[in-house]
Design a protein. Sequence first.
Lengths: 632, 111
Amino acid sequence: MAECHDSATATLPPLSEGRARHIVAIVGPPNSGKSTLFNRLTGLRQKVANFPGVTVEHRMGRMRLDVGREVFLVDLPGVYSLEPRTEDERVTHDVLKGQMKDLPRPDAVMLILDSTNLGRHLALAAPILSLGLPTMVVLNMADDLGRRGGKVDVAELSRQLGTSVALVSATQGTGLQQVTEFLSGATLGAKPKAPLMQLPVIQDVPKCRDWASNVGRKSDYHAPAPPIWTRRLDAIFLHPVAGPLVFLLVVIGVFQTIFAGARPLMDAVQDAIEASGKWMGGALPDNAFRSLLVDGVWSGVGSVVVFLPQILLLFLFIGILEDSGYLARAALIADRTMARIGLQGKSFIPLLSAYACAVPAIMATRTIENKRDRIATILIAPFMTCSARLPVYTLVIAAFIPERPLLGPLFGTRAAALLGLYVLGFLAAVLTARMLKSTILKSARAPFVLEMPPYRWPTVQSIGLRLLDRSRVFLRRAGTVILGVAVVLWVLANLPLHNGKAPEIGHSLAGMIGHAVEPVIHPLGFNWKIGIGLITSLAAREVIVGTLGTIYGIEGTSQSVGLQAALRHELTPGGAAALLVFFAFAMQCMSTIAVVRRETGGWRWPAVQFGYMTVFAYTFSLLANKLISFLF
Amino acid sequence: MQMRGNNRSEGHRLCADEQKSDNRHAAAHTSGSYGNHSGRPITVLKRGESGILDRIELPEPDARRLMEMGFLPGHTITPAHSAPGGDPRVYRVDGSEIALRRETARHLLLR
């Protein structure tokens, strides 16, 4: 306690002369625009890095200053106080106190507050100022504040707090000049002044709130009028009848667009890859290197890169839903379902983000205070349909399900099948959660508290940056994991040499491995080629598409018929259904296993999870195969 | 519960004790028909009707979290929209809109 509110007047530790870079932490309540500002300041120069032991959300970015120096900005998870209650709050706490491994204590703090709700948000200034670090208070959403008739005396607030204060709009990019100036100053090591108003005991929430009110009053803060448009929109989106309908329409619309809307783009990418592969094949002499490059690498990596437009479209929708504020409403509408599974509302956000990728979702469970709820959420997150499954689903659906309109031209059979697979994953998660929560992970329910942000227009820049980031992640994976697997697979498919020539794929090492697992997967309707795909997809789900691309690329006969036609040739409808079900349920992802190990602190949970999901997947694939084979 | 208790600071425990004694104090002076406690929960408020929060009868970490979100004794609370079926409901408090499930909201008692 002494270290908290007494240290406001403590002297700043001297900045070490030799240090090349200065670190500025960005802190603030959730949804105050920290990441938007972070992206603004670091722009495309940002180096998104996972720093050790910390989630992908806690990013570091570099910002170059005019004077030729640079600062490192650390984007921390949103907090309402500095009490380390959840894992992500602990990250913020540890970074600010200099207790984070491999990261020196920040040289300065930038506190981002929502200027439209300063009364409440200023309460966070008390614990932050008591850290005794040079601090700048950034009042974000100035545009909203002005439009809705609120105001604040920035100079007076700065005097009251003893820090520099800037009124900015991170989305519009206004007022950022002062922020840049502070960051230049921070690197010079400005000493913090004690605030005029003595800081309250920071553990006492009502006292902190009173302190914030007083500071606000002295700074002539006038809260803005309530957001009229938000109220009008909520009258529709949270209407007892219209609300769920809109929810349903949004979900259906997203799936249809992901499926049908992405087609032309995907075809274009596909054509480009095929044309360039042909060109390379023609330009290079016929040797092993050409085979590796064209049949191994190009067809392997290429067949996965084709899905980039689709994945970007998915993230575009997630971005729009998130930034506009609709996602919080969707969470509200879906909460009843979550309660019925026995999970708390806080599990909803991680589970929702698991639709993009299980890795950030599992990290996002750090916000859940209750350890058992957290483990349960981690265990079911990989059942949610992540974007890596999309290539597999799209390929198999397009190969086996004819497109027919269901609800007019807007919703066809293929989109419905895709939606069905998403529902299937969700049901598996529900079933597992119920089982876990009624047996080994029983716990009292923690309260569900969810803030409804005002609706805002998503900005092109904010969403654009995220899409760029996603493309980088996706392409990096294609360039590393998928490329590596493609090369290894090509080698295995071309050995042992037969009279100095590559063997037929069935007699190659890869073929032998495939044949070895065939007896196990035969009941599911899979042959040895699919078997090779299942093994390689242990690295990452989408790898199976690349693998099949490579296998059919090497197998000269089917090169011209394309992957879809090849699949139709390889699989019965029952086998295709089994393949879809297998990918819906199996934990085919090294990154997920690694992150579960890290977040649960051992191999026990990832081992249990992998075993459970594999058995689950095998059982239901078998059932799917038998059922579909019986029906058709 | 005991799992959470581990990393409480000394100051925190103090705060919790103070709050508990506050609760007892308040309970002795108000009367109502809600369960074993006195005072009406905020769930009795109709949409658009306002009430003043008196106390939160939840374990300390949960109560603290709610206070940080604006549910402080003395603040005005106004119920707004809800999910279909009326649960969870959005409450306007301290300049924000916060959704709570009924199971939580019934432990927030009005003055």
